[in-house]
Design a protein around this ligand. Structure first.
Ligand code: PMP
Length: 431
């Protein structure tokens, strides 16, 4: 039976019916190859996961060597050298000006699980119970993380959700929920968090959970000062800052973590997954030392969390990101792609907005630039036409109308040219 027929017959429709109509056999670097031998330039990187490129030889070698020694023994029951080594490495790159490398990590299997643990730690440390998150944010698909997700499409048919969650306005300049324009707005969406706490909570806020760029929300990219202002307001209210770096982490935005684009932000807890281990399933949350001890032995564990193979892959992955200067490449190639996408926007009636940082770029498609009516069907058509031309891109956004360019961070100028030529032709053919 073909891969497509097997999926349709035996996978839940929730997965099977949303799959792209190609079956992937192998991948290397930025190239993905289907079962018929057709190559694609991957500009989605397995949803922003393989930042160092597919099957990077050094990462595979580290994973293989670890697999030969030890696959699993439960890192929550025994000490495993590679797990501690990874935690030490993450403490060294944890983005807080005051920490001096003193941060502690918990390893999980996914981004959702990392966010669950982070919220639990924040509650236990502060003794408070409420959470503030953002409209259009996305944090996972467990009940807890859907409760702090501000996106009806992701939450539907599964409520009611946990009480004690309030949502701040999305920092979405193209569709400002406050009807203002940057920069004359004075970043009012951040200032509004005061009202959110005062009007929608009982003042018992344990944490403010925020993505530096709202990935699933449509690569919604706040002004860099947004996070500085929002974090200081929420700190004033006694909440911890949980930065969800699941999608923005590990060089994606041109710095190791997305929060590093904003000045003077005290990160209390950071959550990671996706780009942490180049495709091996791993999540993590890392907290400043004085917070990390609030969870006591037995309070929180995960059988597979801190799998030795995934941790070995993560260590090699971070080394590759640093040594191959992939964040710098993301800045350079990203600036070039962004400028070229903006040039396409000027000539096309369908592209309302182009935004992003580094190699996290979104093109928001609209039916009419004046009314900004979302164009989700057109976004899907662009993805399909790009695929036909041998380029894989993503689609997302609160209205499903944002074309996402999130390639491996090792993408070359020639590959960027290839992607842009296809995109220019595709957009020109839209009608
Ligand atoms: N947080 C963010 C910002 C994400 O983008 C995602 C996944 N798209 C998650 C959390 C959930 O991660 P996972 O699918 O690994 O649970």
């Amino acid at each position: 039976m073909s891969a497509q027929a097997n999926s349709a017959r035996y996978l839940l429709p929730v997965v099977a019916q949303g799959l792209e109509p190609i079956a992937i056999a192998s991948a290397s670097g930025r190239t993905v190859t289907d079962v018929d031998g057709k190559n694609y330039l991957d500009c989605f990187a397995g949803i922003s996961v393989v930042n160092a490129g597919h099957n990077h030889p050094r990462i595979l070698a580290a994973a293989r060597a670890q697999m030969d020694r030890l696959v699993h023994c439960a890192s929550c029951v025994y000490h495993v050298p590679v797990v501690g080594e990874l935690a030490q490495k993450i403490a060294g790159i944890f983005p807080t000006p005051t920490n001096g490398g003193d941060a502690k990590s918990f390893f999980s299997n996914s981004g959702a699980e990392a966010n669950e643990g982070a919220m639990r730690l924040a509650k236990q440390h502060t003794g408070r119970r409420e959470i503030v998150a953002l409209a259009y944010g996305f944090h996972g698909r467990t009940i807890g993380t859907l409760s702090i997700t501000g996106n009806m499409a992701r939450k539907k048919n599964n409520g009611p959700y946990l009480p004690g969650v309030a949502f701040g306005p999305a920092p979405y300049c193209y569709r400002c929920p406050l009807g203002l324009a940057y920069p004359s707005c004075g970043v009012a969406c951040a200032q509004d968090l005061h009202n959110v706490v005062r009007a929608q909570t009982s003042g018992d806020v344990a944490a403010f959970v925020v993505e530096p760029i709202l990935g699933e929300g449509g690569i919604v990219t706040p002004p860099a000062e947004y996070l500085s202002i929002a974090a200081s307001i929420m700190h004033e209210h006694g909440a911890l800052l949980i930065v969800d770096e699941v999608q923005t982490g590990f060089g994606r935005t041109g710095k190791m973590f997305g929060v590093e684009h904003s000045a003077n932000v005290r990160v209390d807890i950071m959550t990671m997954a996706k780009g942490i281990a180049a495709g091996f399933p791993l999540g993590a949350f890392t907290a400043r030392d004085e917070i990390a001890g609030a969870l006591k032995p037995g309070d929180h564990l995960s059988t597979f969390g801190g799998n030795p193979i995934a941790c070995a892959a993560a260590l090699a992955n971070i080394a590759v990101i640093e040594e191959e200067r992939l964040a710098e490449n993301a800045t350079l190639r990203g600036a070039d792609l962004l400028a070229r996408c903006k040039a396409v926007q000027e000539k096309s009636p369908f592209i309302g907005d182009v935004r992003g940082r580094g190699l996290m770029i979104g093109l928001e498609l609209v039916r009419d630039k004046k009314t900004k009516e979302p164009a989700p069907a057109e976004a899907k058509a662009v993805r399909a036409a790009m695929r036909e031309r041998g380029i894989l891109v993503g689609v997302g956004g609160i209205f499903g109308n944002v074309v996402r360019l999130q390639p491996p961070l090792s993408i070359t100028t020639a590959e960027c040219d290839q992607a842009m030529t296809a995109l220019e032709q595709t957009i020109r053919n839209l009608h």
